[in-house]
Design a binder for this molecule. Structure first.
Ligand code: NI
Length: 206
């Protein structure tokens, strides 16, 4: 091997190892980004949503499996909520109404973060005011805590002497779109307008 060809192979080797280094860095960044967005590196399994059991506002015992086969719009809140929850549930209902045929492929789910007060009877008086297809879900404190945990929903009791029952519930207010396999597709932030949600649903759901 001449000196020139040795130099050339060294450069080639250096280029190859640099390329590997760059690819590894890219891969790391990609894994980091997908994890940050709530998806596993394979992009197949979401870290939002999962197994739950609950009682519906019609008194049926259900699990996450009962809602597979259709998309779900998932929201956590409570019926005593003075403003945020009724507003968001109205937005979900309006988005359903704007979605036409697409809405037939979606079930809106309303999980209670206040199962002590939100019995199935209380939900039965509340949920149908919003949308015929909406399913209210409650259960034991443990069941609702587990459901909230799978969706990474935060909630906490906030004592307030001025309201009946003596407390409100602080809670996060996101609307999750789950696919027919129960996997996370995207979420809508608090205050997203029904038109925007409906447009996104039309685009995602064929
Ligand atoms: Ni609320």
């Amino acid at each position: 091997m001449t000196q020139a060809s040795t130099q050339r192979s060294t450069i080639i080797l250096r280029t190859i190892s640099l390329s590997f280094f760059a690819i590894s860095l890219g891969l790391l960044a990609w894994v980091g980004a997908t994890l940050y967005l709530g998806k596993s590196p394979t992009g197949e399994k979401a870290l939002i949503g999962g197994a739950f059991t609950a009682t519906t506002h019609r008194g049926e015992q259900v699990s996450d499996k009962d809602f597979l086969g259709k998309y779900s719009l998932v929201y956590f809140g409570y019926t005593f909520c003075p403003d945020v929850c009724p507003g968001e549930l109205q937005i979900i209902s309006a988005a359903m109404d704007l979605s036409g045929e697409t809405a037939k492929k979606i079930t809106p789910l309303f999980f209670s973060v206040d199962p002590t007060r939100d019995t199935p009877e209380v939900l039965a008086d509340y949920v149908p005011h919003f949308h015929d297809d909406m399913v209210g879900l409650t259960g034991t404190k443990e069941q609702m805590a587990k459901a909230a945990k799978t969706y990474r929903v935060y909630y906490a009791k906030a004592p307030d002497d001025a309201v009946p029952g003596g407390y409100l519930m602080d809670h996060s207010s996101l609307i999750y779109l789950m696919d027919p396999r129960g996997e996370y597709v995207r979420h809508f932030n608090y205050g997203t307008m029904p038109e925007e949600i409906a447009a996104a649903l039309q685009e995602i759901i064929q």
